[in-house]
Design a protein around this ligand. Structure first.
Ligand code: HAM
Length: 426
């Protein structure tokens, strides 16, 4: 589990805010869900034979002995909550959540034991229109962050639950005689979760899979029609996609459409957002049969991707100021005399009101102007504000340009606000 320190957290806040704006612009509603759920929710919801439930969950016993688990994902908890509060009864829902998830995985860049997801789920829609909507949300995410060139959409269909069962049996029948030639993990999966073998990265296993039965040949006609409609919509709207028949996802609840947004910019952990349809889950968790679909975006990975693409601070035009990620403040307020600290705080407040979005830091800790300006420089601020007795009396403030060859100016607070509003930060 890692710490997110100020420099990364600044970018993180920016990325997260942009993503939440996209969800709100699609009229998705936010829900807050607990980190701890009953262990049984995940064994039933995510599936006994999945990697997550078999060996990645953080389990603990409550004081009364009840088995609890730190949530490894958000979908099961989201369904539990909406069911518990009667929000899936005779109505549709579109919701989103964000926060940490926990999986005991081998950590590496882009894969952590505590990681953050933003998830969106839509309930009560049977047709592929909502699958398209969820995919469009993804496209809007990448556009909002300026990373659309780096991300690619992969889609597949798993067909109905019955179709999957028939395919599963066919796959077991094909692979069982070849068992000894499979890699170790695939040998383990053969009985419990054979479809995950399709995901194997082992080259020898991949060769064996070439002649294996193919999932698309088993998909039921209804599932096929759903998938064809989805592809038609995507083409019509102009969302490029790649069909990947090996895409089966690691959680058991999926039916029909599955999709992943992947990038080549992050090495092995390249899936930045993933999801699909899960028409059977609500019923499995005690509700009435309810069609559903959703996705979760891996925030840690998306922040890394944003950093790869936008390494240096930049702006995308006046209306969309992009913060200077290299700086911890934009404006640093200094005082020429310690007795003016109160005035400095008042001016700082005035600037915060007049310049929303800019980060205004007041000097603290006393000291000479020279050492205050050194701190201003270290903070990365583009401007230092100097508060002097004389100027206070005249209702003026001086601004020093820390990143530009430009003479200091003495201005009224209103003129100062106007000046800083117009300036690109460094
Ligand atoms: P998932 O594929 O397990 O799906 O996770 C979704 C995303 O979370 C991944 O694509 C990845 O970006 C991120 N992620 C997963 N594990 C880690 C990790 N250890 N470290 C960093 N990032 C990680 C789900 O969780 C489903 N609940 C998605 C969903 C919602 N399906 C329908 N609705």
């Amino acid at each position: 589990m890692r710490d997110v320190l100020p420099e990364e957290a600044r970018r993180w806040r920016y990325v997260e805010t942009r993503l939440l704006q996209v969800l709100l612009s699609h009229a998705y509603e936010e829900v807050h869900l607990p980190l701890l759920e009953a262990t049984e929710l995940f064994s039933r919801g995510v599936g006994e034979a999945t990697d997550i439930v078999e060996r990645e969950m953080y389990n603990l016993a409550d004081r009364d002995g009840e088995g609890l688990t730190l949530r490894p994902e958000g979908t099961a908890g989201c369904v539990r909550a909406l069911l518990q509060h009667g929000l899936l009864f005779n109505q549709t829902q579109r919701v989103f959540y964000s926060g940490p998830m926990f999986r005991y995985e081998r950590p590496q860049r882009g894969r952590y034991r505590q990681f953050y997801q933003i998830g969106a789920e839509a309930f009560g829609f049977r047709g592929p229109d909502v699958d398209v909507e969820l995919i469009l949300l993804g496209r809007d995410f990448w556009r909002a962050l300026g990373v659309e060139e780096q991300v690619e959409l992969e889609i597949n269909t798993l067909g109905s639950g019955t179709a999957r069962g028939i395919y599963r049996d066919a796959l077991i029948a094909y692979l069982t005689p070849l068992k000894n030639e499979l890699d170790e993990a695939s040998q383990r999966r053969l009985v419990k979760n054979p479809m995950r073998i399709l995901d194997s990265k082992d080259p020898a296993t991949q060769v064996l899979l070439r002649d294996a039965p193919k999932l698309p040949d088993f998909v039921d006609p209804e599932g096929k029609a759903h998938y064809d409609d989805l592809k038609e919509w995507l083409t019509e709207i102009g969302v490029p996609y790649r069909e990947n028949p090996g895409l089966v996802r690691g959680l058991d609840y999926y039916t029909d459409t599955v999709f992943e947004w992947t990038t080549r910019s992050l090495g092995a952990q390249g899936t930045v957002c993933a999801g699909g349809r899960y028409d059977g889950l609500v019923e499995r968790l005690g509700g009435r049969p309810t069609p559903a679909a959703g996705f979760a975006l891996g925030l840690d990975r998306v922040v890394l991707l944003h950093q790869e693409v936008h390494e240096t601070p930049q702006r995308q035009g006046k209306n969309q100021p992009e913060p200077n990620f290299a700086a911890s403040a934009d404006v640093y307020v200094c005082v020429l005399k310690e007795a003016l600290a109160g005035d400095a705080m008042r001016v700082a407040e005035q600037l915060r009101i007049g310049l929303p979005g800019l980060r205004i830091r007041s000097h603290a800790g006393g000291g000479k102007l020279k050492s205050q300006l050194k701190r201003a420089d270290l903070s990365g601020a583009a401007w230092a504000i100097l508060i002097s007795e004389e100027e206070m009396q005249e209702g003026r403030i001086s601004v020093k340009f820390l990143r530009e060859e430009r003479a200091q100016q003495s201005l009224s607070p209103e003129a100062l606000i106007e000046l800083l509003q117009k300036q690109p930060e460094s």
